[in-house]
Design a protein around this ligand. Structure first.
Ligand code: FPP
Length: 257
C-alpha cells in the first residue's frame, strides 16, 4: 500500500458516542438484554484503546441516561453492577495507559459504594494526559444546562456575578466537559437518528455520524470508518475514503508503529 501522510488526515479532537443496540444484539442471539450490556462493555474497551492509539484527546460515552432509571429494575441493577465491576477491573489499566477518567452526570443518585469507587478512580487518573475518557452516567443534556444555570443563579444571589454579565461563555464554563474541546464528532450506533438528550449544548457544531451497527459489534473498523467519514467531510487531500480509512487503521500515532 502506498504511504499516506497521517498528518494530512483531520482527526477529531473529541469524539462523543451514543452506544445504542445492546438489547437488540442480545435478543438477536436469543439472550437476555443484560447479555448485550456485558458485550457492550467489551466494545467500550476496544473503543477506548482505539481512541488512545489514534491520538484522540477526549472520548465521551453515553452509558446511562437520566431516563434509563425507568427500565426494568433488574436491568438497571445489572447495569449498576457492571459499572462497578468495570471500574474496579479497568481503572489500573487506564492509569497505566495514561488515561484520565471522568464520570459526568448527576452522581448523587448512585450508591455510596459506587460514588466512592468513582471518586477514587477520578483521583487516581486526574493527572493523566494521553486521553480523557468521560463516561456519562445518569446524564441528561437538559440536566447539564439547568445545573449550570443554577450555579450562575447562586453566584448572582451571592453578589459574585451581575445579571448583565451572564453570557454564553459564562454558562458554558459551568457545564460538564467545560475544560475540554467541544465534541467535533458524534457517533450513534444502533440505527436510530436521534440525539436523545445527550450533550445538547456541547454538540452545537459537531458532525453527526449514524451507524447501523449495534454497539457490541462496533469495532476498530467501524470506528475507523466513522473517522474517515469525518475526515472526508472537510478535507481528503485527493485521497479516497477507503485510503483514509486504511491509513487510520494502519497508523498508531502514539507509538508511530
Ligand atoms: C443502549 O443500548 C445501551 C445502554 C443504555 C447502556 C450502555 C452500557 C454499556 C455499553 C455497558 C458498559 C459501559 C461502561 C461504561 C462500563 P440499549 O439497551 O438501549 O439497546 P436497544 O436499543 O437495542 O434496546
Amino acid at each position: 500500500m502506498e504511504t499516506i501522510d497521517f498528518e494530512q488526515i483531520r482527526l477529531p479532537k473529541h469524539v462523543a458516542i451514543i452506544m445504542d443496540g445492546n438489547g437488540r444484539w442480545a435478543q438477536l442471539r436469543g439472550k437476555h438484554r443484560t447479555f448485550g450490556h456485558k458485550a457492550g462493555a467489551e466494545a467500550v474497551r476496544r473503543a477506548v484503546t482505539f481512541a488512545r492509539q489514534k491520538g484522540i484527546q477526549s472520548l465521551t460515552l453515553f452509558a446511562f441516561s437520566s431516563e434509563n432509571w425507568k427500565r426494568p429494575q433488574q436491568e438497571v441493577s445489572v447495569l449498576m453492577d457492571l459499572f462497578f465491576t468495570v471500574l474496579k477491573r479497568e481503572v489500573k489499566k487506564l492509569h497505566k495507559h495514561n488515561v484520565r477518567l471522568r464520570i459526568i452526570g448527576d452522581k448523587q443518585a448512585f450508591s455510596d459504594k459506587l460514588q466512592q469507587r468513582i471518586a477514587e478512580a477520578e483521583a487516581l487518573t486526574a493527572a493523566n494526559t494521553a486521553l480523557t475518557l468521560n463516561i456519562a452516567a445518569n446524564y441528561g443534556g437538559r440536566w447539564d444546562i439547568a445545573h449550570a444555570a443554577k450555579q450562575l443563579a447562586e453566584a448572582v444571589q451571592a453578589g459574585k456575578l451581575s445579571v448583565e454579565d451572564i453570557s454564553e461563555d459564562k454558562l458554558a464554563d459551568k457545564l460538564c466537559l467545560a475544560e475540554q474541546p467541544a465534541p467535533d464528532l458524534l457517533i450513534r450506533t444502533g440505527g436510530e437518528h436521534r440525539v436523545s438528550n445527550f450533550l445538547l449544548w456541547q454538540l452545537a457544531y459537531a458532525e453527526f455520524y449514524f451507524a447501523d451497527v449495534l454497539w457490541p459489534d462496533f469495532d476498530e473498523h467501524a470506528f475507523a470508518r466513522a473517522i474517515a467519514d469525518f475526515s472526508c467531510r472537510e478535507r481528503r487531500f485527493g485521497l479516497t475514503s477507503a485510503q483514509v480509512q486504511q491509513a487510520i487503521l494502519d497508523t498508531d500515532v502514539t507509538t508511530g508503529e
